[in-house]
Ligand binder design. Structure first.
Ligand code: PLP
Ligand code: ALO
Length: 350
């Protein structure tokens, strides 16, 4: 039954950056690619150009692939880093653990995901070393991959130095490093660094570079800085139903967004809206900000009845991410007045 009911104007903007539409630059790039016939399955000129553009952005000769969403990007990338008898070490709140329905374990044919704690959504290196070294017998799934998320699920960031320390530990224990970069653009914009500094130069072997939350219609890039690990990845994508026949419409936006700089402008805008929200919330004594807002989300703790009252006023937000509290996520098209309206309603309900 299709719901034809009239939807009240939902102030749902802060539930997720996945709620946002397609930004003008991505839309225009798709429209420009919609010209006549083009080879399918990635043999088109836009896909070749998008790969080259990504190599330019990272200043590295890397293997680049494009899939439909982040779960596919993460799980297929991780499956390329290890065998089924290995383990993948990640943070206990990692998206690959909490929100991908076991995709990494599935696509790797059973690789075990081992969880470690860490403040603010970032892995604790002592805990990682303990998990890797606590057993070396044949019965224990040998660690082979380390997965980190940048920006993290809790809206925090790894610094360049923290990433370098992770890369050194991975090298010491012969681990391959996967970076879930669903919000990589937000991290680059917030840290104001070159993309290479928080990826391959820090020891990342494969990055899933998010486009969806950055203003694209759909699509994530899987960027192998360690090209050997990309061997037959195209077959892995095909088997998983992730090889787009009309690839040009997945890849043309990458050209438009990277060439115009919109990828960084969109991320910087989302980050600035989150910072504005956090700064206003700090003035409300009944509300606690749970983690430093370093990217485009703000995690808030307030009385349950206040959260319910916010929902009753039409606000949408998730409470299943992180350790309790509510996540308010800003995106490329968040309006400053929406932030002001949210703050006013929070003041009214606490
Ligand atoms: C940190 C993180 N990684 C990956 C993803 C990708 O998930 P999806 O498969 O829903 O695009 C998301 C959410 O959208 C995310 O928040
Ligand atoms: C939580 C959900 O899986 C999505 N990654 C989001 O961040 O909104």
């Amino acid at each position: 039954m299709i719901n034809t009911g009239h939807h009240s104007e939902l102030k749902h903007h802060f539930a997720s950056d996945n709620y946002a539409g397609i930004c003008a630059e991505a839309w225009q790039a798709m429209a420009e690619a919609n010209s006549g016939l083009a080879s399918s399955y990635g043999d088109d000129r836009w896909t070749a150009q998008a790969c080259e553009k990504i190599r330019e952005v990272f200043e590295k000769d890397c293997e680049v692939f494009f899939v439909f969403n982040g779960t596919a990007a993460n799980s297929l990338a991780l499956a390329s880093l290890c065998q089924s008898y290995h383990s993948i070490v990640c943070h206990e709140m990692a998206h690959i653990e909490t929100d991908e329905c076991g995709a990494s374990e599935f696509f790797s044919n059973g690789t075990k995901v081992l969880l470690v704690p860490g403040d603010n959504g970032k892995i604790n290196l002592d805990a990682v070393e303990h998990t890797i070294t606590k057993r070396s017998d044949i019965h224990y799934p040998k660690a082979r991959a380390l997965s980190i998320t940048q920006a993290t699920e809790l809206g925090t960031l790894y610094s360049v130095e923290e990433l370098q320390a992770i890369g050194e530990l991975a090298k010491r224990f012969d681990l391959r490093v996967h970076m879930d970069g669903a919000r990589f653009a937000n991290a680059v914009a917030a840290l104001n660094v070159a993309p290479k500094e928080i990826s391959w130069q820090a020891g990342v072997d494969v990055l899933t570079f998010g486009g969806t939350k950055n203003g694209f219609a759909v699509g994530e890039a899987v960027v192998f800085f360690n090209k050997e690990l990309a061997y037959e990845f195209d077959y892995r994508c095909k088997q998983a139903g992730q090889l787009a026949s009309k690839m040009r419409f997945l890849t043309a936006p990458w050209i438009g967004m990277l060439e115009s700089g919109a990828w960084l402008r969109n991320a910087a805008h989302a980050n600035s809206c989150a910072r504005l929200l956090a700064n206003e919330i700090k003035k409300i004594p009944q509300v606690r900000i749970m983690f430093e807002s370093q990217a485009n989300s703000v995690f808030l703790e307030m009385a349950p009845e206040a959260l319910e009252a916010l929902r009753a006023r039409g606000w949408h937000f998730y409470t299943f991410i992180g350790s309790g509290g509510a996540r308010f996520m800003c995106s490329w098209d968040t309006k400053v007045e929406e932030v002001a309206n949210l703050v006013a309603d929070i003041k009214a309900v606490v």
